[in-house]
Design a protein around this ligand. Structure first.
Ligand code: AMP
Length: 114
């Protein structure tokens, strides 16, 4: 069997995470290496390697993840705005092979990213 990703281990509660939100399809927790005052990761419970690996039938789940981002942003008072990032594959800078959405906020963010 393939080795579990670190995020699958968080889903399975094998390692701790600072949860900020969870429901039957996803969870959101603080990034261990925050790049902004607020840096949260939203991940599906379903194991999807990356956005590129999502199937057309996953569209409702992908929409749900964006809804969860909005819930997290409200919960963490990101009324001034925030950024949602999905790194996909090696060129996209993805380092954990489990689809995740970064939610960054709490300061004015630069554009474009590096
Ligand atoms: P990416 O580079 O888009 O794949 O993002 C992976 C993110 O996961 C990075 O921002 C890491 O800091 C974060 N990360 C790795 N391990 C953990 C962990 N155990 N708990 C929370 N965040 C993590």
């Amino acid at each position: 069997m393939a080795t579990k990703t670190i995020f699958k281990r968080i889903i399975d509660k094998e390692i701790p995470a600072q949860l900020v939100y969870e429901d039957d399809r996803c969870l959101a927790f603080r990034d261990v290496n925050p790049q902004a005052p607020v840096h949260v990761l939203v991940i599906p419970r379903q194991e999807i390697q990356s956005l590129a690996h999502a199937a057309d039938g996953d569209a409702p789940l992908l929409g749900h993840l964006l809804s969860a981002v909005r819930t997290v942003a409200k919960k963490l008072d990101l009324a001034q705005g925030y950024r949602v990032v999905i790194n996909c594959g090696p060129d996209g800078g993805q380092t954990v092979d489990h689809l995740h959405l970064h939610v960054l906020g709490g300061r004015r963010l630069e554009w474009p990213p590096g």
